[in-house]
Write a protein that binds this ligand. Structure first.
Ligand code: ADP
Length: 166
């Protein structure tokens, strides 16, 4: 049984993430989605909110793909998280050339820490490649329509958050 770890901030989970999760399910038997606490990025949503949103998306994905998805918050080193959950492969999404430099460094460092864990990169469907949580938040903050980028519950959560913020 092959376990994969798909780590990220998921602030909030987008249709880009959902696309990658669906593809990852075709490669592993059990997918652990590692939701990073990521204090450095000052997330808009709390860890609990991000985990709940990812869990809701995953319920729909497992209905479609079968297999097992576990949502796992983590704060430690990625490679330690992978070991903790028994993952032999780390899955990451690649959007554009801009992602490459950082991901390239991450693979090098993680491989030096544990050569037995492989990193695999996936690309979303063309219509979903450009979606980024950061831009979705910016559009929602300015009152734009995010329905092409996130599911309705996530769009509602964004609208509620920015309505409260004024
Ligand atoms: P991080 O802080 O680790 O970048 P994100 O939640 O922004 O967390 O992204 C998690 C992973 O999902 C990363 O590998 C990122 O490249 C990937 N990803 C996010 N959006 C997309 C997308 N639209 N297409 C492909 N991969 C994506």
């Amino acid at each position: 049984m092959r376990t994969g770890l798909y780590p990220g901030t998921f602030d909030p989970v987008t249709l880009g993430h959902v696309d990658i999760i669906g593809r990852a399910m075709a490669l592993v038997d059990r997918l652990v989605i590692g939701v990073a606490i990521n204090r450095d990025k000052s997330p808009l949503f709390t860890l609990e909110e991000r985990v709940a949103m990812v869990q809701a998306e995953c319920a729909a994905i497992t209905l479609r793909t079968g297999g097992e998805i576990v949502v796992h918050p983590f704060e430690n080193l990625l490679i330690d998280c992978a070991r903790d959950v028994g993952a032999t492969v780390i899955l990451r999404g690649l959007r554009a050339v801009a992602d490459f430099e950082y991901e390239f460094q991450m693979v090098g460092m993680n491989r030096a820490l544990d050569a037995s864990i492989e990193t695999v990169f996936l690309m979303a469907d063309a219509r979903r490649q450009a979606i980024a949580s950061k831009l979705v938040k910016e559009i929602a903050r300015l009152g734009g329509d995010v329905s092409k980028f996130v599911t309705p519950p996530v769009a509602a959560a964004l609208a509620a958050r920015y309505a409260r913020a004024g």
